[in-house]
Ligand binder design. Structure first.
Ligand code: UDP
Ligand code: MG
Length: 325
């Protein structure tokens, strides 16, 4: 597949947050895979693995430092703070884009089958700029994760955001796609939504997911909720429209109520009505609070965007690369 063509340079980007248990084993597998791909002449010998330490509080960074000392193909980037998985991936890709022809992002626990990398690379050589990884099944996930993921993707589709169901952040991006991605300046990052927005020629690779071997999931419930809220608010203003529709409906009901009240006043018994008032108060109060909450989400996020704060800040960079080589 690479005959007559220049062999591309691959940078594998690995976000790591408190991964001291998993990192050594993962690095070993990744280095093995890199060597194998170089041996098969699918990628150039200048290919690298970029570990992005997302402000870990354990020994993750010292493990990365040791790996860097030992292996020429390792690069380490360290955030000053925990900025989240999406920022860690982005930082790794943005760093890599000046040196490589394409990147593959993969989680540090290697739950995603690294043997799918050949398939990704073949798709790249077939002319695709972005290759999405789509998981074969969610059998290894807990019931809660499966349920929340299905609910999330259904909601996203309903709101009109065009994302691949069960797509993971296991993905190949060419340097052209990375250049396009670098133009997206938003602070609330939801890469699975932004990347399909880039366009370019894309394709899909299916891969298996294994249970996590070492350590525990670093995606806490609150991190998952934030990611879902980022996804929804950065791609759809439908929730605000729904609030508007709700307001219109409430007004209509209000008009009907006026007629009803007049009728009761002149022809009925006016003493009753306690229950309807109470029901209205609660229903309307609930609707108003809900609406305010939804609007608040957007206002809050607009506020965060207007500040244009940096998405991340590097504490340390371990690399042998020169920018203009
Ligand atoms: N991760 C990160 N920052 C965070 C949380 C997670 O960089 O704040 C990384 C983590 O180290 C791993 C990847 O994101 O490489 C996916 O996390 P995890 O495997 O814990 O999530 P799960 O597979 O349970 O969804
Ligand atoms: Mg995982």
């Amino acid at each position: 597949m690479t005959e007559g063509k220049k062999v591309g340079t691959l940078y594998i980007v690995v976000p790591c947050y408190n991964e001291e248990e998993a990192l050594e084993a993962s690095a070993k597998s990744l280095l093995g895979k890199l060597g194998e791909l170089i041996g098969k002449e699918m990628i150039s010998s200048k290919s690298r693995i970029v570990f992005v330490d997302d402000g870990s509080k354990d020994k993750t960074w010292s493990i990365i430092e040791a790996l860097y000392e030992k292996h020429e193909s390792i690069i380490g980037l360290r955030f000053a703070h925990n900025r989240g998985h999406q920022n860690a991936i982005l930082a790794g890709m943005m760093y890599a884009k000046d040196f490589c022809d394409f990147t593959i992002t993969i989680d540090a626990d290697l739950q995603q089958d690294i043997n799918a990398m050949e398939l990704f690379i073949e798709e790249y050589y077939a002319g695709n700029e972005i290759v999405y990884g789509v998981r074969n099944s969610r059998n290894t996930d807990s019931f809660f994760k499966k349920f929340s993921a299905t609910l999330f993707y259904k909601t996203m589709h309903f709101l009109g955001c065009n994302i691949y169901e069960n797509s993971a952040d296991y993905r190949l991006m060419s340097s052209k796609a990375l250049d396009a991605l670098s133009e997206y300046a938003e602070v609330n990052l939801f890469l699975r939504g932004i990347i399909p927005d880039i366009g370019l020629k894309t394709s899909v690779v299916h891969f298996d997911v294994f249970p996590r071997m070492q350590g525990e999931s670093k995606y806490s419930l609150s991190k998952m909720v934030t990611l879902a809220a980022d996804g929804i608010t950065s791609f759809s203003i439908k929730p605000i429209r729904m609030v508007f529709t709700m307001g219109v409906l409430a007004l209509l009901v209000g008009f009907i109520m006026i007629i009803h009240v007049f009728y009761e006043h002149y022809f009925g018994t006016t003493v009753s009505g306690w229950s309807s008032i109470l029901v209205s108060i609660w229903l309307l109060g609930g609707a108003i609070l809900l609406s305010l909450g939804i609007i608040g989400e957007y206002v809050g996020r607009s506020y965060m965007e207007t500040k244009k704060r940096p998405r991340y800040y590097f504490w340390d960079v371990l690399s042998r690369e020169e920018k203009d080589e």
